[in-house]
Design a protein around this ligand. Structure first.
Ligand SMILES: *Cc1c(COP(=O)(O)O)cnc(C)c1O
Length: 231
């Protein structure tokens, strides 16, 4: 089942790239494996997946003990007091949205002598159920944290609203791309963002058409999860 799902998602990604005139290599599929057992991750690895997304530090700690040779990305809301568990476990943090968190990432990754790729989470639709900075706050936030030497600010991430109509999220994906371009045009020393993490099971094809470089697909690969929580 997982293998077949991955084949379908890969084909959809290819077609979305074609429609947008983009090279398939510009888009990385992140298999969002939160709540799923390691046996499911192994099945996905057998089908070629090499990048996994998780949203709980405890789950990352457990899964990285058992699963080797792949990359884990922290895609969920992150509390500063849990950052200390992440050096050496994840290669990217998608959810930086406050200075205290950025400073703690700096502290813990400096201690481990690792420079970590990070994305700034932006709440494009201003939903109060979601974390992230407003598009207005993002540029000054990026300049504020740009001097932290162990953070490599690679780009922006957004979680678009849950919807049955992916077209309705196009405006947010386009907005995130424009925000990235705007921040790059500010020429903040050390900041040249090339990454857009946007698009989930319901809307990743539209996100690719609007410039996504990471799509985060969970349900479309592993099937439904059996819990509901704020993400
Ligand atoms: C759970 C989650 C996803 C995957 O969502 P699906 O709709 O199951 O594809 C993507 N991004 C984040 C941040 C998540 O927490």
């Amino acid at each position: 089942m997982i293998k077949e799902n991955i084949e379908i998602v890969q084909k959809n990604i290819e077609e979305a790239c074609k429609r947008a005139g983009r090279d398939r290599s510009e888009v990385t599929l992140i298999a969002v494996s939160k709540t799923k057992p390691v046996s499911d991750l192994r099945e996905a690895m057998d089908a070629g997946m090499t990048v996994f997304g998780e949203n709980k530090v405890q789950e990352i700690r457990e899964k990285t003990e058992e699963i080797k040779g792949v990359d884990f990305h922290m895609i969920g809301h992150l509390q500063a007091n849990k950052v200390k568990y992440l050096p050496g476990k994840v290669v990217m943090i998608h959810s930086v949205d406050n200075v205290k968190l950025a400073q703690e990432i700096e502290k813990q990754f400096a201690k481990a002598d690792i420079k970590i790729d990070v994305l700034i989470e932006v709440n494009m639709a201003a939903e109060d159920t979601k974390f992230g900075l407003s598009p207005e706050e993002a540029p000054s936030f990026v300049s504020e944290i740009s001097l932290l030497p162990h953070l490599n600010i690679r780009g922006l991430m957004t979680i678009a609203p849950y919807t049955d109509d992916p077209e309705s999220n196009r405006v947010y994906f386009k907005g995130l791309r424009e925000l990235k371009d705007k921040i790059n045009a500010m020429n903040i020393p050390g900041v040249n963002m090339d990454t857009l993490s946007m698009g989930m099971t319901g809307d990743y094809e539209v996100a690719i058409e609007e410039g996504a470089t990471f799509v985060r697909v969970g349900t479309g690969i592993f099937g439904e999860r059996n819990y509901n929580t704020k993400i």
